[in-house]
Ligand binder design. Sequence first.
Ligand SMILES: NC(=O)c1ccc[n+]([C@@H]2O[C@H](COP(=O)([O-])OP(=O)(O)OC[C@H]3O[C@@H](n4cnc5c(N)ncnc54)[C@H](O)[C@@H]3O)[C@@H](O)[C@H]2O)c1
Length: 320
Amino acid sequence: MSETHVRVGIIGCGVHAREVLLPAAQQAGMEFAAACDLDRRLAQRVARRFGAFRAYQDIRSMIDEMDLDAVLVCGPAELHAEAMETALQRGCHVWTEMPPAPTAAEAGRLADLADAQGLIAQPGLMLRYAPACVRLRETIAREEFGAIRQIEMAWWPPEQHAHDGPLLFDLPHALDLVRFIGGEVSGLSVASAVSEASLIALLTLESGAVATVSFASPARCPRERIVVASEDAVAIAEERQTVTLRHFAREDGSVWNADRGGAGRVSGVLAEMEAFAAAVAGEGPRSASMHDAARAIQLAEMVRAGLNEGLTWNGTGADG
Ligand SMILES: NC(=O)c1ccc[n+]([C@@H]2O[C@H](COP(=O)([O-])OP(=O)(O)OC[C@H]3O[C@@H](n4cnc5c(N)ncnc54)[C@H](O)[C@@H]3O)[C@@H](O)[C@H]2O)c1
């Protein structure tokens, strides 16, 4: 475990905070000082279990009394926005689960507030830190891979993201990953829309490449498959476990396997917590920004608008 001397409190002590986030934050070397939840008993239990000094029901009291460097926020989208604003106004850095706010406009306003305050506001875009996604990005950035022509992202969102639903929770992750891998999006349409959770979005990128994001939900557990193709090669990241590279002309390739050890390592949450701790301690670069999260939510809002406008063709009325 590394020691960063970053003192944090958590806001929202639910399942994800207890099972994933706090273990990763502690493994990343953060000092866990206080827990806050509307459910006081839950906050007390979490404080005891993870060795924090105090438990709170009120966000403001925790931040005012505990001399925190940063807060971690993990609840519904409305909580993320409220807690982030409160923390930023009190001079506290913030890491927040996705989505940081219910709308792109609100997320953008909070991104601007963080910039104005000179504080770090990092959204929980953990796929940017998942070792397989990092490896995929490094692989396709090599000159021998060539210019990206196409990205296919197949996504099976799980049922359990009940707070926000796949369009607010999962879709921004997928769209952010397209931007992270392939650069900025220049155009978007929903090519097929069977239901809110089963759809295909077609994207054009500023580079001239095309991308598809296809959803088929619900699934029993989260799954992803990302295929990136150039004229000469294809790289495939599956389940955050492997990255396969094939060069067509040379008929050679390689397979990379993720190191499975450690809480949150494969998912990216551990590396994400390490990056946040280092940035707060002034020892690492600022990474995924709140502006990235706002852009991802904005693109997801465009997909949702496309869904609401209906299908171009729904399989009826075209007999010949
Ligand atoms: N990145 C991932 O892979 C992943 C996976 C699961 C969940 N999540 C996200 O984690 C977040 C939490 O999910 P969960 O399953 O732990 O939910 P949960 O319902 O178990 O926990 C949410 C907690 O927030 C608390 N809360 C709500 N409003 C509050 C307020 N004003 N002040 C203090 N506490 C408040 C609730 O009392 C509850 O304990 C969601 O945003 C979810 O989308 C992310």
